[in-house]
Structure formats: C-alpha cells, structure tokens
Ligand binder design. Structure first.
Ligand SMILES: [Fe+2]
Length: 371
C-alpha cells in the first residue's frame, strides 16, 4: 500500500521578480494568469512569454468549454513550459495543458483516452485554498451533466510549486476567507480519509492548526490583520494540498459539487455549507474510528471538550464567512433528491475517500437538514 508521495518541488520567493529571474521566464513559456495579479506583479517586468488571461475563457470556475478554448490557443503555440499564476481554477486548467495528444477536455476527464505528461508545469498559487499546486487533481464542470468532475492522475502534477506570499496581498477578504476555509476542509477531510496515515496526518494537522490559529487572530484583530498572515495561510494551504493530494477529500467536497455546478456558488463557500453537517453525521454513524482522534485533536486546538468541537468550530468559521440555507442560493426542494442521486452517480471517487461511505438517502437527509 502506497503511503505518501510528494512529486512537486516546493519553492518560496519574496517577490514575483525574484521568481521570474530565477526561472528565466520568457520566450517559449506559456503563461496562464489571473489578469489582475499579472498586471500588478508581472506585467511591469515585460516578460517575452506568451500570456493568456483566464478571464478570456470565462468567469468563475472551469468548465470543459473553457478548457477546450484554452487548449485550442495553447496548441497554436510551440511552448513547452507552462506557468499557471492564479487560484485553483487557473492551475486546474493549466494542468490539462501538460498532456500529450489532441484530445478534448471531456475525453480527458472521462478518461476515454490515454493520459501522458509531455510538458513542464510551474504552478504559482495566488489564493490560500485550492492546494492545486501540489495535488494531482483537476476539477472541471462537465457542461453536459451540470456537475463537477475531478480528474486525479499523477500525469498532471505540477513539476514546481512556487509560493510568493505577496501575491495574496490584493486578494479581497471574501476570496481570502472562502479559500482558507477550503484549505481547512482539505485538511480535515484528508485527516479522516480511509487512505490517511501518519505521513498525511502530519500535514493535515499542521494545516488545521495554522488555519485555526490564523482565524482566531483575524477574529480578534480584524479582517485587515490577514495581511500579516499571508505567508502562514499560503503555507497552510500548501500543506493541506499535500495531505489531500495523498489521502483525498470526501463527502463534504462531493456534496458541494451540485450546488456549485448548478448555482455557481464558489467552491470554498459551497464546501463550508456541508462541513459541520457531514462531520456531525459521521459522528452519529461511526463515533469510534478515526473521528475520535480528530475530535481529541480539535478539542486541544479549540480549547473545548471533544463533544463540542463541531459547535466550537462552527462558532469560529461563522465569524469568518456566513452560512446560508441552501434555498437561499436558489436550490429547489425537489433537488434534495436529485442532488443526492447525482453525487452518488458521479462522485464515487470522493465517496470512497470519505470517513463513512454515504448512500444517496443519507446525503439527501443532509441536504434536507440544510435546505
Ligand atoms: Fe477544495
């Protein structure tokens, strides 16, 4: 049984200029970037690379249509090295560019074609959540099924992950908060995954600790204080990425996908809607397994009895972002059943990585509770 791997080399730089100089970024490089970040930190360097902005392909999280358009642009160039500068959406899209062949995004995500890596990818995250820079996963919405699908393959690992905390300093509070909560969910879900082990747990625990401590400081000192903690949050997100890259995420992520697919709720916010309800349901279904260890750990971190950890956690996270009823996002009552069924049908990879493998009926119960 494979316990752990970390294929991506991790680097940290003080500034964007230090990074581009060290890597000699220029002619022959294909940069996919978030426009505002590129203009603020990279455009002044007048790099000779081929640059495309993510918003040319569409707003929000990736779809197969967006990635197909990106593939078409990329295939018209001769570039061999790809640099992704952005949040999870940018990095997830760029991961598909490393693959050989002339295939469509749908063929690749449905694994109808062989996957072989033939180009280099450097991933530069500009949010503190996705962890995509160190995971072997790319997530896209398949427009034909209106839901998100993850492609997990070692062929799409970035070769290098480059952490530059200053790139987070223009991130609006909401994006910061939802991405940090996503990172926390990567850490907690991978901690209780059946694939977790001591190696992955160390990364999960450190990430949970750094994020909770950071949130406590932000609650105490105000939202602007996050600027003092950019390095910590970027690093914690990276650690959580390493943990879930090995052990996987589970039902929280799985259940969030129809909500973000149909109602375009951002990934971190959608995830947070399900976090405590899923864990409370795990607690009822199997209180004695790995969850006991998690609750002990969280009790220490949150300074409360083990029986109150989810309530305490909710108390902290609710101060960071708000939670809504699912109906407030536009969800309809008859979607309680159809969402649960679509998760069972299309998210088996994540359900297999969950602490308890839930049935459609159990998931419908959670949707109903949150509706
Ligand atoms: Fe996530």
């Amino acid at each position: 049984m494979k316990l752990f791997q970390q294929k991506t080399t991790v680097h940290k730089f003080k500034s964007a200029g230090e990074f581009t100089e060290q890597y000699g970024i220029g002619k022959g490089d294909f940069i996919l970037a978030s426009k505002s970040i590129y203009e603020a930190y990279f455009a002044p360097q007048k790099l000779e690379a081929h640059v495309e902005y993510k918003n040319k392909y569409g707003a929000g999280e990736p779809t197969d249509v967006m990635i197909d358009a990106l593939l078409a642009d990329f295939r018209r160039t001769e570039c061999r090295r790809i640099i992704a500068i952005g949040g999870g959406a940018v990095i997830d899209m760029a991961k598909i560019l490393v693959l050989a062949g002339d295939y469509s995004t749908e063929q690749i995500f449905k694994r109808e074609v062989p996957l072989a890596k033939e180009r280099t990818l450097i991933a530069v995250p500009t949010t503190c959540g996705a962890g995509s820079e160190v995971s072997n996963v790319s997530i896209t919405e398949l427009t034909s099924i209106h839901s998100k699908l993850g492609l997990a393959s070692d062929e799409i690992y970035a070769d290098e992950a480059v952490l530059i905390p200053e790139l987070l300093s223009k991130l609006p509070y909401d994006f910061f908060a939802t991405s940090a909560i996503d990172a926390f969910i990567h850490a907690i879900e991978s901690y209780v995954s059946p694939r977790s082990n001591l190696y992955t747990e160390m990364f999960s625990m450190e990430a949970m600790q750094m994020i909770i401590q950071g949130f406590k400081k932000i609650i105490e000192k105000g939202a602007d204080y996050r600027m003092e903690l950019l390095d910590e949050f970027l690093t914690a997100s990276n650690l959580a990425g390493i943990a879930f890259g090995n052990a996987g995420t589970g039902a929280v992520h799985a259940m969030s996908y129809p909500l973000s697919g149909v109602y375009h709720v951002t990934h971190g916010e959608a995830n947070y809607q399900f976090l405590t309800a899923v864990f409370a349901s795990y607690q009822r279904m199997n209180p004695d397994g790995k969850l006991k260890k998690l609750n002990q750990f969280l009790g220490g971190l949150l300074d409360c009895p083990e029986t109150e950890v989810y309530k305490q956690l909710e108390g902290i996270l609710d101060k960071i972002i708000s939670r809504k009823k699912l109906r407030e996002y536009g969800m309809k009552e008859d979607e309680i059943q159809s969402f649960a069924e679509s998760v069972e049908e299309s998210q088996q990879r994540l359900l297999d990585q969950s602490y308890v493998k839930m049935t459609a009926a159990q998931m419908a119960e959670i949707y109903r509770q949150l509706y």
